[in-house]
Design a protein around this ligand. Structure first.
Ligand code: WQD
Length: 319
């Protein structure tokens, strides 16, 4: 197959690209290289492109035709929650505007399959042990809102012109499938802790008085290679006529607290660091874990790697 991967030079996208190349697909990466790294995409073709720009539709149509693209995996997006609160217009322009252009070009070029990168941020602050896809989504920041709207956009395109779609709601992604594809951004817990250790600072724990077993927040950490494999499973699912669902959680179903993540980092790094307990961070739900029964049943996918492998591979790949 010929697959266009938007955001394919990013941390998650580059894992998807490598798996597609390994299984023999032709891969075209559309990426503005604002945070992506060209060296990550291997033998894939690069179309350097900001999806929200005025010439994006023409460039995408040209790429669809040149490479006879069969399907799109759409990961390109801005993804910093805090920044989205400060710059909501930018997030809507980039994430929604980009998607308008992408879907317009797909309709014009008759590319009728898409796997969309959504997020557990669509749920907001759910007060349940494990979040199922049927829960009403109440995103609490513009980033999560753009992801939920993206899900609506692909569903609308499905009704209007027959787009086949699957949206994957990522939980907390970490680890590295290959050492050269590490998460180089310092935006999430694991890379933030690694940076603090490299600078001889004590990692911060945002709140130790949550109603959780050890008082710190619990998240569902999913290995980036498992997540990448879920994209291939979703792509294969789009070929099936008996599809039941279009939205899938991608997690492990197992929660880990911040203290548990830190303990794993102590074990793997061999560094016996102290932590600094800080006030709660605004907007953090105490617990956010996936109910993964749907993706297992319908896509036949489940995570194969746990917290130990996440931290081990992330540590081995750290820059
Ligand atoms: C994890 C836990 C923090 C840093 C975010 C987005 C979400 C999704 C994934 C994209 C929390 C705690 C963190 C630190 C800490 N992104 N923490 N000390 O907030 O669960 O999810 O990334 O789709 O939409 O919101 O991830 O890695 O920021 O935090 O104690 O220095 O670690 O409070 O409980 P989060 P995170």
């Amino acid at each position: 197959m010929s697959i266009l991967v938007t955001g394919g030079a990013g941390y998650i996208g580059s894992h998807v690209v490598r798996l597609l190349l390994e299984r023999g697909d032709q891969v075209i990466v559309a990426d503005d290289i604002s945070s992506g790294v060209v060296g990550r995409i291997g033998q894939a073709e690069l179309v350097q492109l900001d999806l929200s720009s005025t010439d994006a539709v023409a460039s995408l149509n040209a790429a669809f035709e040149k490479y006879s693209v069969d399907a799109v995996i759409h990961l390109a997006a801005r993804k910093q929650v805090g920044e989205s609160v400060l710059r909501p217009e930018f997030y809507f322009e980039q994430n929604i505007g980009g998607m308008v252009n992408l879907l317009t070009a797909m309709q014009q070029s008759k590319v009728s399959k898409i796997v969309f990168s959504s997020s557990a941020a669509t749920y907001g602050m759910p007060d349940v042990v494990a979040v199922s896809e049927d829960l009403i989504c109440q995103p609490i920041n513009p980033y999560g809102q753009t992801k939920l709207i993206g899900e609506w956009m692909v569903a609308n395109a499905s009704r209007a012109w027959g787009l086949k779609h699957a949206s994957l709601r990522y939980f907390n992604v970490a680890g590295a499938g290959w050492p050269d594809l590490a998460d180089t951004a310092v935006m999430n817990l694991v890379p933030i802790v690694f940076k603090a250790l490299a600078e001889n600072r004590q990692p911060a724990v945002f709140g130790d008085d949550y109603p959780t077993p050890d008082g710190s927040c619990v998240r569902d950490y999913v290995h980036v290679l498992d997540l990448a494999e879920a994209h291939l499973a979703a792509l294969d699912y789009l070929e099936r006529e008996d599809r039941q669902s279009s939205v899938f959680n991608v997690g492990t179903g197992v929660g880990s607290s911040v203290f548990e993540v830190l303990a794993e980092i102590r074990r793997v790094s061999g560094i016996d660091f102290e932590t600094s307990i800080e006030p709660r961070r605004a907007g953090d739900p105490p617990r956010l874990c996936a109910d993964v029964s749907r993706i297992k049943k319908e896509l036949g996918w489940e995570a194969k790697r746990g917290l130990a492998e996440i931290i081990e591979t992330a540590w081995a790949a750290r820059s």
